[in-house]
Design a protein around this ligand. Structure first.
Ligand code: PMP
Length: 319
């Protein structure tokens, strides 16, 4: 990733990609105290645009505020820098990673006198998830690693340090031969996947965990709005147990990178099938709610806004 042409934004300046380095004593490298975002741009029917960049930028600034890290740039400046990041790097389908981190003036936990930096890097993403993976879905394992508790960390903040917990869960699941981990909160209720939110459908109603231990996902919010306003579904945010996922009619995970991916299997139970049925490696039904939401999400992100989807034009910022 580091050896390529391009430009990275740092504190209002543009650095050539290969020169965008930081000192080994950078505070955030040692303690994980910082925050970041994952934002996407799509080449759509009407040019390239950032998707929900205002919401991502607000979450970045909220994360920093909650962590008590003062950021010298306002949202407008950061949105413009993200736009410029696409233009300067000639990107169309891209992933952007704005990050707030402490400098290298000291390593004390009091974080006294430290500089605060903001960087934005972006790279080509293309179709991150193959069409096959998007229709086959994921095989997941309930993780033995619990998600954070609200009094242990700031669950709404997208903090660098949280991803130790995500990686422990994901990599334990991957080593055991699964694609993804479903993480429970410290009380044992379903929280989220390693870097995506979770939904289930049962009897035509969509359910998703309330925002306590899970991140307040922006894709989660997009899906809730599209489900309610376009598909006319009831959506309930509440505590969910793992057996509800086993016995759901459908389940899926959502995130900026993953978009909407079906959850096909959890702990060896095929979701949406009767007990004992073999695990089919079949694409999901095109009439399923998951497939309908995937289709709507694909349309809004790619700027194909027709009919009721014109309501979502504000989610797109042209590059
Ligand atoms: N949970 C976690 C832990 C994540 O890292 C992400 C990815 N940002 C999500 C959920 C999904 O959030 P979003 O839809 O905003 O990308």
């Amino acid at each position: 990733l580091y050896d390529r042409d391009g430009w990275i934004w740092l504190d209002g300046e543009w650095l050539p990609w290969r020169d965008a380095k930081t000192h080994l004593l950078t505070h955030t490298l040692h303690y994980g105290m910082g925050c970041f975002e994952g934002v996407r741009a799509y080449a759509g029917a009407h040019g390239t645009h950032l998707f929900r960049v205002a919401e991502h930028t607000r979450r970045l600034l909220d994360s920093a505020h909650a962590l008590d890290i003062p950021v010298a740039f306002d949202g407008e400046t950061l949105i413009e820098a993200q736009r410029q990041c696409l233009v300067r790097n000639e990107l169309r389908n891209a992933y952007l990673k704005p990050t707030v981190f402490f400098g290298a003036e000291g390593l004390g936990l009091r974080a006294k006198g430290l500089s605060v930096h903001v960087m934005i890097a972006a790279w080509d993403l293309g179709d991150y998830i193959s069409a096959e993976a998007a229709t086959l879905g994921l095989r997941a394992l309930t993780s033995s690693w619990a998600r954070h508790h609200v009094n242990i960390s700031l669950c709404r903040a997208k903090t660098n340090g949280h991803y130790v917990n995500s990686m422990l869960a994901l990599n334990t699941a991957v080593k055991a031969g699964f694609d993804e981990a479903i993480m429970l909160d410290p009380e044992g209720y379903v929280a989220e996947a390693s870097a995506a939110n979770v939904f289930l459908l049962r009897d035509g109603v969509l359910h998703t965990p309330e925002v306590t231990s899970c991140l307040q996902g922006i894709t989660r919010d997009s899906v809730i709005r599209l489900a309610r306003n376009v598909l006319g579904l009831e959506v309930r945010e509440r505590r969910i147990t793992r057996d509800e996922l086993y016995t759901a009619d459908e389940a899926f995970v959502t995130g900026t990178a993953a978009e909407i991916l079906p959850l096909r299997e959890l702990d060896g139970r095929h979701i949406g099938a009767r007990a004992g049925a073999p695990l089919p490696e079949q694409p999901i039904d095109l009439n399923s709610v998951t497939a309908q939401l995937q289709c709507l999400y694909r349309q809004v992100t790619r700027g194909e806004l027709e009919g009721r989807l014109t309501d979502y034009a504000a989610w797109l910022t042209p590059a």
